[in-house]
Design a protein around this ligand. Structure first.
Ligand code: PEP
Ligand code: MN
Length: 339
Protein backbone atom coordinates (compact mmCIF):
# COMPACT_ATOMS: atom_id res chain seq x y z
CA UNK A 1 0.00 0.00 0.00
CA UNK A 2 1.18 3.50 -0.85
CA UNK A 3 0.00 6.57 1.01
CA UNK A 4 0.21 9.68 -1.14
CA UNK A 5 0.39 12.86 0.93
CA UNK A 6 -1.10 16.16 -0.25
CA UNK A 7 1.22 18.67 -1.88
CA UNK A 8 2.71 20.69 0.97
CA UNK A 9 1.61 18.27 3.70
CA UNK A 10 3.17 19.21 7.03
CA UNK A 11 6.02 17.17 8.50
CA UNK A 12 3.82 16.42 11.51
CA UNK A 13 1.11 14.99 9.20
CA UNK A 14 3.65 12.74 7.51
CA UNK A 15 4.92 11.66 10.92
CA UNK A 16 1.36 10.84 12.02
CA UNK A 17 0.94 8.55 9.00
CA UNK A 18 4.24 6.79 9.79
CA UNK A 19 3.17 6.26 13.40
CA UNK A 20 -0.23 4.93 12.36
CA UNK A 21 1.39 2.40 10.00
CA UNK A 22 3.81 1.30 12.73
CA UNK A 23 0.95 1.06 15.19
CA UNK A 24 -0.76 -1.34 12.77
CA UNK A 25 2.34 -3.54 13.02
CA UNK A 26 3.92 -2.68 9.66
CA UNK A 27 7.00 -0.81 8.55
CA UNK A 28 6.66 2.68 7.05
CA UNK A 29 8.99 3.89 4.34
CA UNK A 30 8.65 7.64 3.67
CA UNK A 31 9.72 8.69 0.17
CA UNK A 32 9.98 12.45 -0.28
CA UNK A 33 9.31 13.43 -3.92
CA UNK A 34 9.61 16.63 -5.92
CA UNK A 35 5.85 17.25 -5.81
CA UNK A 36 4.80 15.38 -2.70
CA UNK A 37 5.79 12.75 -0.23
CA UNK A 38 4.57 9.18 -0.41
CA UNK A 39 4.78 6.71 2.44
CA UNK A 40 5.05 3.03 1.57
CA UNK A 41 3.63 0.40 3.86
CA UNK A 42 5.93 -2.59 4.06
CA UNK A 43 5.76 -5.99 5.66
CA UNK A 44 2.21 -7.00 4.79
CA UNK A 45 1.58 -10.30 3.09
CA UNK A 46 -2.01 -9.63 2.10
CA UNK A 47 -4.69 -6.96 2.18
CA UNK A 48 -4.36 -4.08 4.62
CA UNK A 49 -7.32 -2.08 5.91
CA UNK A 50 -6.63 1.41 4.65
CA UNK A 51 -9.53 3.11 6.43
CA UNK A 52 -7.41 4.15 9.42
CA UNK A 53 -4.98 5.98 7.16
CA UNK A 54 -7.38 7.36 4.58
CA UNK A 55 -8.92 9.75 7.09
CA UNK A 56 -5.69 11.21 8.51
CA UNK A 57 -4.96 14.90 7.88
CA UNK A 58 -2.69 15.58 4.90
CA UNK A 59 -3.44 12.26 3.16
CA UNK A 60 -4.41 12.70 -0.49
CA UNK A 61 -5.01 9.08 -1.49
CA UNK A 62 -4.18 5.52 -0.57
CA UNK A 63 -3.14 3.31 -3.49
CA UNK A 64 -3.32 -0.44 -2.98
CA UNK A 65 -0.28 -2.28 -4.37
CA UNK A 66 -1.95 -5.32 -5.80
CA UNK A 67 1.14 -7.28 -6.80
CA UNK A 68 3.03 -9.66 -4.49
CA UNK A 69 6.15 -7.66 -5.28
CA UNK A 70 5.89 -4.12 -3.99
CA UNK A 71 8.88 -1.85 -4.37
CA UNK A 72 9.82 -3.17 -7.81
CA UNK A 73 6.30 -2.63 -9.17
CA UNK A 74 5.11 0.19 -11.40
CA UNK A 75 2.35 0.79 -8.87
CA UNK A 76 4.99 1.70 -6.30
CA UNK A 77 7.05 3.86 -8.63
CA UNK A 78 5.82 5.13 -11.96
CA UNK A 79 9.06 6.59 -13.34
CA UNK A 80 11.69 4.31 -14.88
CA UNK A 81 14.59 3.57 -12.55
CA UNK A 82 17.91 4.61 -14.02
CA UNK A 83 20.87 2.68 -12.63
CA UNK A 84 23.88 4.94 -13.02
CA UNK A 85 27.45 3.77 -12.52
CA UNK A 86 30.29 5.92 -11.16
CA UNK A 87 31.59 6.53 -14.68
CA UNK A 88 28.20 7.88 -15.81
CA UNK A 89 26.97 4.81 -17.72
CA UNK A 90 23.20 4.52 -17.33
CA UNK A 91 20.89 1.54 -17.59
CA UNK A 92 17.23 2.40 -18.04
CA UNK A 93 17.61 5.76 -19.78
CA UNK A 94 17.89 6.41 -23.53
CA UNK A 95 21.37 4.86 -23.75
CA UNK A 96 21.69 1.13 -24.43
CA UNK A 97 24.98 0.07 -22.78
CA UNK A 98 26.64 -3.06 -24.10
CA UNK A 99 28.39 -5.47 -21.74
CA UNK A 100 30.76 -7.81 -23.55
CA UNK A 101 33.54 -10.24 -22.76
CA UNK A 102 34.35 -13.88 -22.32
CA UNK A 103 32.25 -16.23 -20.24
CA UNK A 104 35.15 -16.68 -17.85
CA UNK A 105 38.42 -14.92 -17.05
CA UNK A 106 41.04 -17.46 -18.19
CA UNK A 107 44.32 -15.56 -18.10
CA UNK A 108 45.64 -12.03 -17.94
CA UNK A 109 46.42 -12.09 -21.61
CA UNK A 110 42.94 -13.33 -22.57
CA UNK A 111 41.07 -10.73 -20.53
CA UNK A 112 43.33 -7.83 -21.51
CA UNK A 113 43.18 -8.74 -25.18
CA UNK A 114 39.38 -9.01 -24.94
CA UNK A 115 39.01 -5.73 -23.07
CA UNK A 116 41.13 -3.71 -25.50
CA UNK A 117 39.34 -5.02 -28.58
CA UNK A 118 35.88 -4.65 -27.07
CA UNK A 119 36.56 -1.13 -25.85
CA UNK A 120 37.63 -0.12 -29.36
CA UNK A 121 34.42 -1.54 -30.79
CA UNK A 122 32.18 0.38 -28.39
CA UNK A 123 31.46 -1.92 -25.45
CA UNK A 124 30.85 0.03 -22.24
CA UNK A 125 31.41 -2.74 -19.74
CA UNK A 126 33.56 -5.85 -19.56
CA UNK A 127 32.08 -9.16 -18.42
CA UNK A 128 34.01 -12.22 -17.26
CA UNK A 129 33.35 -14.73 -14.53
CA UNK A 130 36.02 -15.36 -11.92
CA UNK A 131 33.71 -17.66 -9.96
CA UNK A 132 31.85 -19.83 -12.46
CA UNK A 133 28.61 -21.70 -11.68
CA UNK A 134 29.19 -24.84 -13.75
CA UNK A 135 26.55 -27.49 -14.27
CA UNK A 136 29.16 -30.23 -13.80
CA UNK A 137 31.51 -30.26 -10.81
CA UNK A 138 34.24 -31.55 -13.16
CA UNK A 139 34.07 -28.52 -15.46
CA UNK A 140 36.49 -25.61 -15.07
CA UNK A 141 35.31 -23.48 -12.15
CA UNK A 142 37.10 -20.16 -12.79
CA UNK A 143 40.22 -18.49 -11.39
CA UNK A 144 38.58 -17.02 -8.28
CA UNK A 145 40.36 -14.10 -6.65
CA UNK A 146 43.14 -14.16 -9.28
CA UNK A 147 40.45 -13.65 -11.91
CA UNK A 148 39.05 -10.65 -10.04
CA UNK A 149 42.54 -9.11 -9.98
CA UNK A 150 42.91 -9.64 -13.72
CA UNK A 151 39.58 -7.89 -14.29
CA UNK A 152 40.87 -4.93 -12.30
CA UNK A 153 43.94 -4.79 -14.51
CA UNK A 154 41.72 -4.79 -17.61
CA UNK A 155 39.67 -1.99 -16.10
CA UNK A 156 42.80 0.05 -15.41
CA UNK A 157 44.00 -0.45 -18.99
CA UNK A 158 40.71 0.35 -20.73
CA UNK A 159 38.40 2.18 -18.33
CA UNK A 160 35.72 -0.45 -18.93
CA UNK A 161 33.44 -1.04 -15.94
CA UNK A 162 33.40 -4.63 -14.67
CA UNK A 163 30.49 -7.07 -14.41
CA UNK A 164 31.28 -10.33 -12.63
CA UNK A 165 29.37 -12.96 -10.72
CA UNK A 166 29.10 -13.72 -7.01
CA UNK A 167 28.26 -17.35 -6.34
CA UNK A 168 27.51 -17.52 -2.66
CA UNK A 169 26.54 -15.21 0.22
CA UNK A 170 30.02 -15.21 1.76
CA UNK A 171 31.60 -14.34 -1.58
CA UNK A 172 29.46 -11.28 -2.28
CA UNK A 173 31.55 -8.69 -0.46
CA UNK A 174 34.79 -9.83 -2.09
CA UNK A 175 33.26 -9.67 -5.58
CA UNK A 176 31.68 -6.29 -4.77
CA UNK A 177 35.16 -4.90 -3.98
CA UNK A 178 36.26 -5.55 -7.56
CA UNK A 179 33.03 -5.28 -9.56
CA UNK A 180 31.11 -2.24 -10.75
CA UNK A 181 28.08 -4.49 -11.12
CA UNK A 182 27.69 -7.76 -9.20
CA UNK A 183 26.00 -10.47 -11.21
CA UNK A 184 23.61 -12.92 -9.60
CA UNK A 185 23.34 -15.79 -12.07
CA UNK A 186 20.33 -17.70 -13.30
CA UNK A 187 21.03 -20.70 -11.07
CA UNK A 188 21.08 -18.43 -8.05
CA UNK A 189 18.04 -16.28 -8.78
CA UNK A 190 16.19 -17.85 -5.88
CA UNK A 191 19.15 -18.15 -3.52
CA UNK A 192 17.59 -15.92 -0.89
CA UNK A 193 20.58 -15.68 1.50
CA UNK A 194 22.69 -14.60 -1.51
CA UNK A 195 20.07 -12.04 -2.56
CA UNK A 196 19.93 -10.60 0.95
CA UNK A 197 23.71 -10.19 1.05
CA UNK A 198 23.75 -8.72 -2.46
CA UNK A 199 21.09 -6.25 -1.36
CA UNK A 200 23.51 -4.95 1.26
CA UNK A 201 26.74 -4.95 -0.78
CA UNK A 202 26.57 -1.35 -1.96
CA UNK A 203 27.01 -2.14 -5.67
CA UNK A 204 24.42 -2.38 -8.47
CA UNK A 205 23.17 -5.92 -9.08
CA UNK A 206 22.58 -7.67 -12.39
CA UNK A 207 19.90 -10.25 -11.60
CA UNK A 208 19.49 -12.95 -14.22
CA UNK A 209 16.21 -14.77 -14.72
CA UNK A 210 16.22 -18.32 -13.37
CA UNK A 211 16.23 -21.33 -15.69
CA UNK A 212 12.49 -21.87 -15.35
CA UNK A 213 11.45 -18.77 -13.43
CA UNK A 214 8.21 -16.95 -14.10
CA UNK A 215 8.35 -13.18 -14.33
CA UNK A 216 6.61 -12.95 -10.96
CA UNK A 217 9.38 -15.07 -9.44
CA UNK A 218 12.02 -12.88 -11.10
CA UNK A 219 10.39 -9.72 -9.74
CA UNK A 220 10.02 -11.23 -6.27
CA UNK A 221 13.72 -12.12 -6.33
CA UNK A 222 14.46 -8.48 -7.21
CA UNK A 223 12.20 -7.44 -4.35
CA UNK A 224 14.65 -9.12 -1.94
CA UNK A 225 17.36 -6.75 -3.16
CA UNK A 226 15.20 -3.65 -2.82
CA UNK A 227 13.91 -4.83 0.54
CA UNK A 228 17.54 -4.75 1.76
CA UNK A 229 17.87 -1.17 0.54
CA UNK A 230 19.56 -1.72 -2.83
CA UNK A 231 17.55 0.07 -5.53
CA UNK A 232 20.21 -0.32 -8.22
CA UNK A 233 18.94 -3.49 -9.77
CA UNK A 234 19.17 -4.44 -13.44
CA UNK A 235 17.14 -7.45 -14.54
CA UNK A 236 18.31 -9.79 -17.29
CA UNK A 237 16.36 -12.04 -19.64
CA UNK A 238 18.76 -14.89 -20.47
CA UNK A 239 16.40 -17.51 -21.83
CA UNK A 240 14.34 -20.15 -20.10
CA UNK A 241 14.31 -23.90 -20.45
CA UNK A 242 12.30 -25.12 -23.39
CA UNK A 243 11.10 -28.39 -24.89
CA UNK A 244 13.13 -27.86 -28.06
CA UNK A 245 16.79 -28.88 -28.00
CA UNK A 246 17.77 -26.80 -31.04
CA UNK A 247 18.78 -23.91 -28.83
CA UNK A 248 20.32 -24.04 -25.37
CA UNK A 249 17.48 -21.95 -23.95
CA UNK A 250 14.47 -20.09 -25.27
CA UNK A 251 15.17 -16.36 -25.21
CA UNK A 252 11.88 -14.87 -24.07
CA UNK A 253 11.81 -11.51 -25.79
CA UNK A 254 8.25 -10.83 -24.66
CA UNK A 255 9.65 -10.67 -21.15
CA UNK A 256 11.25 -7.32 -22.02
CA UNK A 257 8.10 -5.28 -22.74
CA UNK A 258 6.19 -7.33 -20.14
CA UNK A 259 8.65 -6.58 -17.33
CA UNK A 260 8.70 -2.94 -18.37
CA UNK A 261 4.96 -2.70 -17.84
CA UNK A 262 5.10 -4.52 -14.49
CA UNK A 263 8.23 -2.88 -13.08
CA UNK A 264 10.21 0.35 -13.23
CA UNK A 265 13.53 -1.54 -13.17
CA UNK A 266 15.73 -1.71 -16.28
CA UNK A 267 15.92 -5.04 -18.10
CA UNK A 268 18.70 -6.16 -20.41
CA UNK A 269 19.01 -9.24 -22.62
CA UNK A 270 21.60 -12.01 -22.83
CA UNK A 271 21.30 -13.53 -26.31
CA UNK A 272 24.43 -15.65 -25.69
CA UNK A 273 22.98 -17.91 -22.98
CA UNK A 274 19.55 -17.26 -24.52
CA UNK A 275 20.47 -19.16 -27.67
CA UNK A 276 23.72 -21.01 -26.94
CA UNK A 277 24.54 -20.93 -30.65
CA UNK A 278 27.08 -18.39 -31.96
CA UNK A 279 25.39 -17.52 -35.24
CA UNK A 280 22.00 -17.11 -33.55
CA UNK A 281 23.34 -14.63 -31.01
CA UNK A 282 23.54 -11.81 -33.53
CA UNK A 283 19.94 -11.82 -34.83
CA UNK A 284 18.58 -12.20 -31.29
CA UNK A 285 20.76 -9.35 -30.03
CA UNK A 286 19.32 -7.15 -32.76
CA UNK A 287 15.79 -8.28 -31.86
CA UNK A 288 16.33 -7.61 -28.15
CA UNK A 289 17.37 -4.00 -28.82
CA UNK A 290 14.34 -3.59 -31.06
CA UNK A 291 12.14 -5.01 -28.29
CA UNK A 292 13.31 -2.28 -25.93
CA UNK A 293 16.08 -3.94 -23.95
CA UNK A 294 17.97 -1.47 -21.74
CA UNK A 295 21.28 -3.11 -22.59
CA UNK A 296 22.86 -6.35 -23.78
CA UNK A 297 25.32 -8.76 -22.24
CA UNK A 298 27.21 -10.72 -24.88
CA UNK A 299 29.92 -13.34 -24.69
CA UNK A 300 32.89 -12.57 -26.93
CA UNK A 301 36.17 -14.51 -26.83
CA UNK A 302 39.43 -13.79 -28.67
CA UNK A 303 39.63 -17.50 -29.61
CA UNK A 304 36.23 -19.17 -29.08
CA UNK A 305 37.24 -22.75 -30.03
CA UNK A 306 39.74 -22.67 -27.17
CA UNK A 307 37.43 -21.07 -24.61
CA UNK A 308 37.29 -22.89 -21.26
CA UNK A 309 33.54 -22.28 -21.05
CA UNK A 310 30.72 -21.39 -23.45
CA UNK A 311 32.92 -21.27 -26.55
CA UNK A 312 30.08 -22.42 -28.82
CA UNK A 313 28.05 -19.31 -28.03
CA UNK A 314 30.95 -16.84 -27.90
CA UNK A 315 31.28 -14.38 -30.76
CA UNK A 316 34.58 -13.75 -32.52
CA UNK A 317 35.63 -10.14 -31.92
CA UNK A 318 35.02 -9.14 -35.55
CA UNK A 319 31.43 -10.49 -35.31
CA UNK A 320 30.90 -8.34 -32.25
CA UNK A 321 32.12 -5.30 -34.18
CA UNK A 322 29.61 -5.94 -36.96
CA UNK A 323 26.83 -6.42 -34.41
CA UNK A 324 27.67 -3.08 -32.77
CA UNK A 325 27.25 -1.30 -36.13
CA UNK A 326 23.86 -2.93 -36.62
CA UNK A 327 22.44 -2.27 -33.18
CA UNK A 328 23.43 1.40 -33.35
CA UNK A 329 21.05 1.75 -36.31
CA UNK A 330 18.28 -0.18 -34.54
CA UNK A 331 18.64 1.83 -31.34
CA UNK A 332 18.49 5.11 -33.29
CA UNK A 333 15.30 4.00 -35.01
CA UNK A 334 13.52 3.75 -31.65
CA UNK A 335 14.91 6.96 -30.15
CA UNK A 336 17.77 5.36 -28.21
CA UNK A 337 21.51 5.24 -28.64
CA UNK A 338 24.39 2.78 -28.51
CA UNK A 339 27.87 4.20 -27.98
C1 PEP B 1 27.19 -16.29 -17.34
O1 PEP B 1 26.81 -15.12 -17.46
O2 PEP B 1 28.27 -16.72 -17.75
C2 PEP B 1 26.24 -17.26 -16.76
C3 PEP B 1 26.68 -18.33 -16.09
O3 PEP B 1 24.97 -16.94 -17.00
P1 PEP B 1 23.60 -17.60 -16.47
O4 PEP B 1 23.61 -17.42 -15.00
O5 PEP B 1 22.55 -16.78 -17.17
O6 PEP B 1 23.60 -19.03 -16.91
MN1 MN C 1 28.65 -18.20 -19.94
Amino acid sequence: MLVVMRHGAAETEIQAVIEEIEDMGYEARPMPGKQRTTVGLMGNDGRVDSARIQGLPGVSEVIPVTKAYKQVSREWRDADTIVELKNGIQFGGTEVPIIAGPCGVESEEQILDSAIQLKNMGASLLRGGAFKPRTSPYSWQGLGLEGLKMLTKAKEETGLAIVTEALDPDGVDLVAEYADIVQVGARNMQNYPLLRRAGKCGKPILLKRGLSATLTELLLAAEYLLAEGNNDVILCERGVRSFDPHTRNLLDLTAIPMVKSLSHLPIIADPSHGTGVRDKVIPMARAAVAAGADGLIIEVHPDPPRALSDGAQSLYPNQFGELMDQIRVIANAIGRSVK
